[in-house]
Design a binder for this molecule. Structure first.
Ligand SMILES: [Zn+2]
Length: 456
């Protein structure tokens, strides 16, 4: 009898939840402003790297968008950000010094489609050197005595057998992050990295590199996949020299901001839930999937909660983070200030994996917390995010987890196309599908509603 009534109570709660969740989903699927917001952010502002004029414009846009969505309070949280500039057009070409390049006369150039890595230092003048093909770090170590004075071409391929592309990106990403300094350690003059992508086009993909101060900060570019294959073939047949000309440099740090909107909690106003994406993007694209999508989904959840008159029990913060791509200063500032003010952050959610069809959420939470979340599966799964698994989060909310152990989660959309666009010139508004974008917001809103109502 007792068991039966317990079942009855929980079944009632479930049906009450499923009714509200249906309303929440309908509100977003019928009235979402996410796609139009994304159009304005990408087409009217465009790429918005930390320190750029577009960064300032996007902060003002974000503040207005939070207010328009109905934030009880909205403000800019100041943080210093690095100011790296590309400084010009990145170029690289192979000189046809013999008839080795099919279709090219001796003395002709074969241009490579390249882009300098973020935070890399330019060559200033054109730099010409023989290229050495290096397929992985083991090979770099084997050939360390042949590196001096050469351009190291890391041709490490993302592993196509991993169904989850982020796993392949995680492995390949170290060639972009650590590759230049590891090559500089053995005297390399510059580095060319195969772009981190499975794409069939030739667009080069940028992203941050991390120099180690004890080695020379050598120029570094990423090359498109077709050109990477072509160069690799050429080097397997014989020697080749490449000329690289890049201009990257740092200007003094400048003032940037996280954009924050807030809905105050009615029962536990001192317990905070954060949801967000990052407002900055690389300069070579519109930053539509990375991470305009996460920003407009965040604003959309706020709009939908307000439109339905939903009053959260806990305080929900909607945050567009500054400088994720090449510094993480926004995420660090947010966590530092939360700690300094003694705020208790019980959960944080980020969308920074593209505006594609939601498949699930990855969590960094206790086993007990995960069991509680998995108990909500039948409420969330009908909207797409059925995989609720351990392992995940987001770069900008990582600092909250590190400073106060806040459980974190990341939206996990279908990942098959993300690295076709990530940090490349084709990451534009047109690459985002409205329904997929809206469904991401729907699933995030549902998870937030459940965490707000039941805690973690
Ligand atoms: Zn991102």
């Amino acid at each position: 009898m007792i068991l039966f009534s317990l079942f009855f109570v929980s079944a009632n709660a479930q049906s009450e939840d499923s009714l509200f969740i249906r309303k929440l989903a309908d509100e977003i699927l019928l009235n979402s402003k996410a796609y139009e917001n994304l159009r304005v952010l990408t087409k009217q502002i465009g790429g918005r790297l930390a320190g750029s004029p577009q960064m300032v414009k996007s902060e003002q846009w974000g503040l207005k968008a939070m207010q328009a969505a109905g934030a009880g309070k909205a403000w800019l949280q100041e943080c210093m950000v690095p100011h790296w500039v590309r400084g010009g057009n990145d170029k690289a070409y192979v000189l046809a010094n013999s008839s080795k390049i099919a279709g090219k006369k001796p003395g002709a150039k074969k241009e490579l489609d390249v882009i300098a890595l973020g935070n890399s230092f330019g060559s200033i003048k054109p730099l010409t050197a023989p290229v050495i093909l290096i397929n992985n770090f083991e090979e770099l170590e084997e050939k360390k005595d042949s590196i001096k004075g050469k351009i190291v071409f890391y041709n490490y391929k993302m592993n196509p057998t991993y169904v989850r592309t982020f796993q392949a990106y995680g492995e390949a990403g170290q060639y972009r992050g650590a590759g230049p300094s590891r090559a500089a350690k053995y005297g390399a003059a510059a580095v060319i990295v195969r772009s981190m992508s499975h794409s069939t086009d030739n667009n080069p993909h940028t992203g941050s590199t991390r120099y180690i101060d004890s080695f020379p900060k050598i120029p570094a570019v990423a090359v498109g996949l077709r050109d990477a294959d072509w160069l690799s073939d050429l080097l397997q047949k014989g020697n080749a020299s490449v000329t690289i000309h890049t201009h990257g440099k740092f200007l003094p740090d400048t003032i940037g901001h996280n954009v924050i909107g807030e809905l105050e909690g009615t029962e536990f106003p001192n317990e905070y839930i954060t949801v967000g994406g990052h407002l900055d993007s690389w300069d070579n694209c519109e930053g539509a999937h990375d991470d305009g999508a996460g920003c407009v989904q965040t604003i959309e959840i706020l709009r939908a909660f307000k439109a339905l008159g939903y009053q959260p029990k806990r305080t929900i913060r909607f945050v567009l983070f500054a400088n994720e791509e090449n510094g993480l200063r926004g995420g660090n500032k947010y966590a530092d200030e939360a700690k300094a003010k003694g705020e208790k952050h019980i959960f944080a959610l980020e969308s920074d994996a593209g505006g594609f069809t939601p498949r699930g959420f990855g969590f960094n939470v206790s086993a007990e917390g995960l069991r509680k979340i998995q108990g909500w599966k039948n409420l969330i799964a009908p909207y797409g995010a059925s995989e609720l698994t351990q392992g995940g989060g987001g770069a900008d909310i990582g600092p909250l987890n590190r400073t106060q152990g806040t459980p974190v989660a990341g939206l996990q959309p279908d990942s098959q196309r993300y690295f076709d666009y990530h940090h490349a010139r084709n990451d534009v508004f047109e690459a985002v599908n409205k329904r997929e974008l809206d469904l991401g917001a729907v699933n995030m809103a549902i998870l937030l509603y459940l965490v707000d109502k039941y805690g973690l």
